[in-house]
Every structure is written in C-alpha cells, then in structure tokens.
Design a protein around this ligand. Structure first.
Ligand SMILES: C[S@@+](CC[C@H](N)C(=O)[O-])C[C@H]1O[C@@H](n2cnc3c(N)ncnc32)[C@H](O)[C@@H]1O
Length: 427
C-alpha cells in the first residue's frame, strides 16, 4: 500500500527541485490533500527533514550510484533522498524502507523500481560512506550545511558555537506565536483556550506551540495570536515608540512587525511600505483580525523614498531583505539556494535601503536596522559603512541573537539615532 505522507513529501520535493520555494511547494501538495488530511503533519515533517538533511543524504547516495544524482529523474531523486533519510537519520528498519520505497516507485516512476531497490539496499549496508577528508567539508557534510558557510562560521564563532548552530538548524522548529497584548498576556491566552505553550526569556509575548496549521490555532480568528519567531519579536520590541509618533516600516512585507508595533502602542501612526505591493495587500485584513488600527500601506522603494515623506518619522524600521542565513532551522532550503555571491549582492542593496530610509527620519528620531543573518557583509559592514557617511547618526544600541546563546534564530539589530541639529555636510 502507498503511504500517503511519503507520496506527498516526494511530490513536494519534486516541486522544490523545480525551483518553487519550499513553503509553496509543500502548500501546493497539501492543499489538494485538504487541511484535515490525517497525514498532513507527517508529510510536512518528512518533507522538511529531507530538505534539512539533503547535503548528507546526497553524499551517502553518491557512494551507491554509478551516475550523478542530479542526472536522475526528479521523482527518483526525491524517493532516494526520502529512503536515505529514513535509513540514516530516522533509522527505520532497512526492509521497511526498501519495501515502501519500491512500492512508491511503482506508482511515481515504475521504470526506476529496480534502481530504487538496488541503491537503497546498498545504502542500508554502506551507511553514510566515508566522510570527506577535508575537516571543514567533513563537518559540513555530517551536519548537512554548505561548506563555504561552515568555513565562515568556524572563523566567526569557533567550533563549539558552529556545532551548536548547526544542531539547532537541524532540529524541528516549534510554532512560535506572538500573543496580542491588546487581547491579554500569554498566560491569559493559555488559560482561556486551554493551550499548553512554552514562553521564551527574550520575548515576553512569545509562546511555542505544537506545530499545526496556523488557521487552526486556538483564538486565531479572534486575533489572539500571530505566528512570529522569537528573534523577529525582539526586533519589533526594540524599536522605541511613543504615543503620537509617526513610524515607518519600510520593508514591511506582510506586515508582521508593523502590526506587532501597533500591538505594543496603538496610539501611533504606522506607514507600512514595501517594494512589492502584493505583499502589503494582506495587512488591512490582518489589522482587522487583531483589532488594531490599520497601518497606511504604500508601495515604495526604500532606497529612494517619496520626497514628501522625508524627515517626517520619529521611528523608522528597516527589516532589510537579506540572505536569511540565521533562519536555516525554519527555512532549510536556503542552505541549497543561498550562495556567497548573494551575500555580497544583498549587502549592496541593504546599504542603499538604509541610506534611503535614513532620509525619512525626523531630527532626533530613531532608525533601526535588522537582518536575520550574521554575515559580516550584511551586518556590521552595512552599519559601519552607513555611519561613516552619515555623521548626523550615531549608534545607540546593537544586538546579536544566536541559537547558541539566546536560543533564538539568528538576527542582527542596530539602533541608530539622528542628532537634533544634524550636520548635513556628509550626506
Ligand atoms: C525581511 S523581508 C521583511 C519581512 C517583514 N518585515 C516581516 O516582518 O514579515 C524584506 C522585505 O523587503 C522588501 N524589499 C526589498 N527591497 C526593497 C526596497 N528597495 N524597498 C522596500 N522594500 C523592499 C521585500 O519585498 C520584503 O518584503
């Protein structure tokens, strides 16, 4: 009998292989299966486990194949990765993995049944195969991370923290939510809905809940909770706010942080801007669900903000587009998609956006820069480059968030203040 969860996971992996992003690839498969499909949680878990461990699985499979894995039909590649995951990581019995993989091959790629059978039998005996001789590459393969990134983290954090970061990235994330303080505290939420959750010392509004479809969360429709990682909650909690202020979130996306600001202080006027107007469309509905005043939304290029807005905000948040390399636990596919060149390209964009956003800040106002990455090009270099060319701004706060110390996804946050009587000579 074909196991529905395995089939869904393989089909989603084929979509991912074709370039669809992971969340969408899985969503497209699951939507057809239905929100209440009993195999939905297991299919989701299998799919993300395959993506998370892919580098190690591909290494092991390469020893058992006579041709490169990339030359195989996508369905066959995905089935082999799933079988390898079950053998090497989940440690299921070999006979069960081989049997169920051959049955699935019979359905998805009948001509490859023999190949799937032979390769997985070989893998069951060979295990991971020899690790690479190069110590950085060996560490990278063993923990399923790209070698270029492991090399950088070793230089930046040392071996112990790099291992802790990789272990965190390879663990299954809980569902973090932000409890809407306009509705009540996390304790009140748990009492009212009889929900069990884990708090986090870095973010008083955060609760970790068991993974589940967001719309099925208790109290979701009544605006009690919104999915948001702990690090992301720290970003929105660090921006100084006062009643009556005009606040701009210039890379607002779907507005998660803009709405978190309004939950903290509803007596502010918030402009949520983004280059992509389609991202902003969800914000008014979300504000209604949360019982908040709707932010103004506006499609804009933060690197070149509209003239009429210059110097008019007491606080500006730049949640800049970034590599996302601090969020590999929740976004494991970035291990395969993000390259070193992307980091350099993004750093240029971040510098342009920060400089543009600075022109929106009123005298004495605050500019906060955040990225979910630790890469020096995207973090310290952007802020130091900015301060070097903007003498009217000074850094008044800075935070690094890491799995190994704060037990959160990775973030870098810098808080900059514009002086009252600004010297414009450097701008
Ligand atoms: C890290 S995401 C923001 C996530 C969002 N703040 C949240 O909390 O969910 C970065 C956003 O910046 C937007 N973006 C990229 N370049 C931009 C630009 N030049 N001006 C404004 N927004 C930009 C992207 O469309 C994306 O939505």
């Amino acid at each position: 009998m074909i196991d529905a969860a395995r089939q869904l996971a393989v089909r989603a992996a084929v979509r991912l292989d074709a370039g669809v992003n992971a969340e969408m690839a899985l969503d497209q498969e699951l939507r057809a299966a239905g929100i209440d499909h009993p195999q939905r949680p297991r299919a989701t878990d299998l799919f993300y486990q395959m993506v998370r461990w892919q580098i190690r699985l591909d290494h092991a499979l390469s020893h058992c194949l006579s041709r490169p894995l990339r030359d195989l039909q996508p369905e066959v590649r995905a089935m082999l990765r799933l079988g390898a995951l079950e053998l090497l990581v989940e440690r299921h019995p070999a006979y069960a993995v081989v049997d169920s993989s051959v049955s699935l091959a019979g359905k998805l790629a009948p001509a490859a049944k023999g190949l799937v059978n032979a390769v997985l039998r070989r893998l069951a005996t060979a295990g991971d195969g020899p690790w690479p001789e190069d110590p950085v590459l060996a560490l990278a393969v063993r923990h399923a991370h790209p070698a270029w990134l492991v090399g950088r983290w070793l230089a930046q954090f040392g071996q112990d923290d790099t291992l802790a970061i990789m272990a965190w990235n390879n663990s299954r994330p809980p569902l973090w939510v932000r409890v809407n303080r306009m509705r009540g505290t996390p304790a009140a939420y748990q009492d009212q809905f009889q929900v069990t959750g884990e708090p986090h010392p870095e973010a008083p509004t955060a609760l970790a809940l068991a993974a589940q479809p967001v719309r099925k969360l208790a109290g979701y429709g009544q605006g009690w909770v919104t999915p948001q990682g702990v690090g992301s909650q720290v970003v929105s909690a660090m921006l100084p706010l006062s009643p009556g202020w005009r606040v701009a979130d210039v890379c607002a996306g779907h507005g998660t942080k803009a709405l978190a600001l309004l939950e903290r202080q509803s007596r502010i006027e918030v402009l949520a801007g983004d280059l992509r107007p389609e991202a902003l469309r969800l914000i008014p509905g979300e504000a209604r669900r949360l019982g908040l005043p709707a932010p103004l939304t506006r499609s804009l290029d933060a690197a070149h903000p509209p003239r009429e807005l210059l110097g008019s905000f007491q606080a500006v948040l730049v949640d800049a587009p970034c590599s996302g390399l601090g969020t590999l636990q929740r976004h494991p596919e970035l291990r395969h998609r993000c390259q070193l060149e992307d980091v350099a390209r993004l750093a240029g964009e971040q510098a342009r956006i920060l400089a543009g956003a600075a022109s929106l800040v009123a005298e004495g106002g605050v500019l906060q820069y955040a990225v979910c990455s630790w890469e020096p090009e995207e973090t310290t270099a952007v802020v130091e480059g900015f301060l070097g060319t903007h003498p009217g701004f000074a850094q008044v706060g800075r935070r690094w968030l890491t799995p190994c110390r704060e037990n959160t996804e990775g973030f870098f946050i810098a808080v900059l203040r514009r002086s009252l009587a600004e010297d414009h000579s450097g701008r």
